[in-house]
Design a protein around this ligand. Structure first.
Ligand code: P1T
Length: 384
């Protein structure tokens, strides 16, 4: 059957994966090899060196491509590698328009690494403002993260794509789909050019890998991006590729549960007297709830909220949680909680954080797949 005829749950189990032809092993082997023998110089079975390609990685790439409805995927050593590869397509003097609220490491790469190479980034609130206001003659890339990290803003992908298509030259529209996962959001179907994942998060789902992926259409773009990856490195090892491939098999089940738990916790937190405000795209109170409903198949497992009080109150709460682990990252089966201003977004200058609203009382939850009442009770005792 063609992959477009299969449902997401089926694709997540089967896409990209063939029983091993030499043994019949149903699971893709971990091809722990750096090189491949050739019968005569230049003649081989399709693989010559594992920086260029590796069969375990090929299987993972087939899987992620199918889930994003893409022709191609490149599996990478981290999500940040994906951002870096895309920046490598630009030249000094080029300009990026990025959503203002993005993962701290993405902002850091734009501001402190690529700015030094002459690529300037404008950080824009594309949830509130039209893209047109930020465009320059040399704008070559539009960077969308939605839902955003950590404020969970929803950017209308179709709207930004429509505006980007009117520009000449047409910039590359990239969507960081890490928070939604392809289970809830498929940006290429909405007209985006490239999808980026930190596979460290939901795709792998078990907090035991750092990895990334780019998914996109067109053989020309593949050649360009693979050339950069092959030239610079930035490839995942075969064991990490295998772990992500294995994680993906349960992606649909996990995402459903992450969302159910997040919806219940967000609704409960919203009524709690010690909570100032909850940001969760599934709540009616979320400013872009209607866009989320249209653009996503579900609202995901991330919740952000402001506590009443000050940094001491936030610290006290974060020190008191027992089931939730106080840790960076997200998307694993276990629930995590963190303080963006001190942890994941510390690399963003304080005045930029203040302008965004990443305050001392802001906490971010990655809802795991545990029993939701156990999770609620943990938050309740920590808030007392
Ligand atoms: O850590 P890495 O695999 O390089 O992925 C970077 C990245 C890219 N995009 C988004 C939306 C992300 O959230 C991340 C990583 N984020 C965290 C580690 C975090 O705790 O937010």
């Amino acid at each position: 059957m063609e992959s477009q005829d299969l449902a997401f749950e089926t694709l997540s189990v089967h896409a990209g994966v063939q029983p091993d032809p030499s043994t019949g092993a149903i699971m893709t082997p971990i091809f722990a090899t750096s090189t491949y023998v050739q019968t005569t110089p230049g003649k081989h079975l399709g693989y010559d060196y594992s920086r260029t390609s590796n069969p375990t990685r090929t299987a993972l790439e087939g899987s992620i491509a199918a889930l994003e409805g893409a022709e191609h995927c490149l599996a990478l050593s981290s999500g940040c590698t994906g951002t870096d590869i895309l920046c490598h397509t630009l030249e000094a003097g080029d300009h990026i328009v990025s959503v203002d609220d993005v993962y701290g490491g993405t902002s850091r790469l734009f501001r402190t690494v690529w700015a030094r190479h002459g690529v300037e980034t404008t950080f824009a609130d594309l949830a509130q403002h039209d893209l047109a206001a930020f465009i320059r003659p040399k704008t070559k890339m539009i960077w969308i993260e939605t839902p955003t990290n950590p404020l969970l803003k929803i950017i209308d992908i179709e709207r930004v794509v429509k505006q980007a298509r009117q520009l000449n030259p047409k910039p590359l529209v990239v969507v960081d789909n890490t928070f939604a996962s392809p289970y809830f959001q498929r940006p290429l179907e909405l007209g985006a050019d490239v999808v980026l994942h930190s596979t460290t998060k939901y795709l792998n789902g078990h907090s035991d890998v750092v990895g990334g992926a780019l998914a996109f259409n067109g053989s020309e773009l593949r050649q360009k991006l693979h050339h950069i990856q092959n030239s610079m490195g930035g490839v995942p090892g075969p064991f990490d590729a295998w772990l992500v491939l294995r994680g993906i098999k349960t992606l649909a089940l996990r995402m459903k549960r992450h969302e159910e738990n997040a919806m219940e916790l967000a609704s409960w937190l919203e009524k709690h007297p010690k909570i100032e405000k909850v940001l969760y795209p599934g709540l009616k109170s979320h400013p872009q709830h209607e866009i989320a409903k249209r653009q996503m198949k579900g609202f995901g497992g991330m919740i952000t909220f402001f506590l009443k009080g000050n940094l001491d109150v936030a610290r006290n709460f974060l020190e008191r949680v027992r089931l939730f682990a106080l840790a960076e990252s997200l998307g694993g089966v276990e629930s995590l909680i963190e303080h963006p201003a001190i942890m994941t977004h510390a690399s963003i200058p304080a005045e930029m954080r203040a302008k965004l609203g990443i305050t001392d009382t802001l906490a971010r939850i990655s809802t795991g797949i545990e029993n939701v009442q156990d999770l609620r009770k943990d938050l309740e005792q920590a808030l007392k």
